[in-house]
Ligand binder design. Structure first.
Ligand SMILES: Cc1cn([C@H]2C[C@H](O)[C@@H](COP(=O)(O)OP(=O)(O)OP(=O)(O)O)O2)c(=O)[nH]c1=O
Length: 198
C-alpha cells in the first residue's frame, strides 16, 4: 500500500481521516485560494482540492510512491462563495446573510499519486434558524468562526443555529468520509487499517 499524505492544515480533516482508521502523514499545502473570475463554486472547490494535493506532492518529489489527499470547503449562498471571514464585520455580514435561510456547503476531495488524479465534489444543504445580531456578535467573540468557511462551525457552538442538514455532515466539517474512503479504495488504500475484529 502506498503511503498516504494529507496536504492540509485543518485539524478537522486530520480527525476525520483518523476516524476511519487510515494511517497518514500531514504535510503543508498553502495555495492561493482566490476564486477566478466567474468561476462556478463546484469548479472552485475542485480546483483548490486538486491544487492542495498537487502542492503537497510537489513538496514530496523525492517520494515517487506518495499518494496525496487535498480538500476544500466553501459555503455558497445565492451562487456567491463565502470563504473564511476576513474580520468581525465580514463574519457578522455572512451570518446575517445565512440567518433563517438554507445554503449549500460544497466540499471537494482530491487524491493524486504519480500516475493519476481523481476528485469528488460533495454538495450538502444546511438550514440555519434566524440569528439575532447580538447572538452573531457573541458567536464571533468565541473565536470559533475565524478559520471556518461561511464563518460558522456545525461541529461547534454554531450547532445551536443548525435547523436542518441534507447531505453529508462530515463534508460540512471539512472531509466527506464516505466519498473519501471510496476514493482511497480506488487508489488501493484501505480504511479500518489496524482496527481489531472483536
Ligand atoms: C461550514 C464549515 C466549515 N468548516 C471548516 C472546514 C475547513 O477547515 C474550513 C474551510 O477552509 P478550507 O480552505 O477548506 O480549509 P483549511 O484552510 O481549514 O485547511 P487546508 O489547509 O486543508 O486548506 O472551514 C468547519 O469546520 N465547520 C463548518 O461547519
Amino acid at each position: 500500500m502506498n503511503p498516504l499524505y494529507l496536504a492540509s492544515g485543518s485539524p478537522r480533516r486530520r480527525e476525520l481521516l483518523t476516524q476511519i482508521g487510515v494511517p497518514f502523514t500531514v504535510i503543508g499545502a498553502d495555495i492561493d485560494e482566490t476564486p477566478l473570475a466567474a468561476e462556478a463554486p463546484a469548479a472552485y472547490v475542485e480546483r483548490l482540492a486538486r491544487g492542495k494535493a498537487a502542492a503537497g506532492r510537489a513538496a514530496l518529489a523525492s517520494d515517487s510512491t506518495a499518494c496525496v489527499l487535498g480538500a476544500d470547503t466553501a459555503v455558497v449562498l445565492d451562487g456567491r462563495i463565502l470563504g473564511k471571514p476576513r474580520d468581525q464585520a465580514d463574519a457578522l455580514e455572512m451570518l446575517m446573510a445565512l440567518s433563517g435561510r438554507e445554503h449549500e456547503v460544497l466540499t471537494a476531495v482530491a487524491l493524486l499519486d504519480g500516475q493519476r488524479s481523481q476528485a469528488r465534489v460533495v454538495r450538502s444543504l444546511v438550514r440555519l434558524r434566524s440569528i439575532s445580531e447580538q447572538e452573531a456578535r457573541r458567536y464571533w467573540a468565541s473565536g470559533e468562526p475565524r478559520d471556518k468557511a461561511g464563518g460558522y462551525a456545525i461541529q461547534g457552538l454554531a450547532a445551536v443555529f443548525v435547523a436542518g442538514l441534507n447531505g453529508s455532515y462530515s463534508a460540512v466539517v471539512g472531509l466527506p468520509v464516505c466519498e473519501t474512503a471510496e476514493l482511497l479504495g480506488d487508489f488501493g488504500i484501505s480504511c479500518w487499517q489496524d482496527v481489531p475484529a472483536h
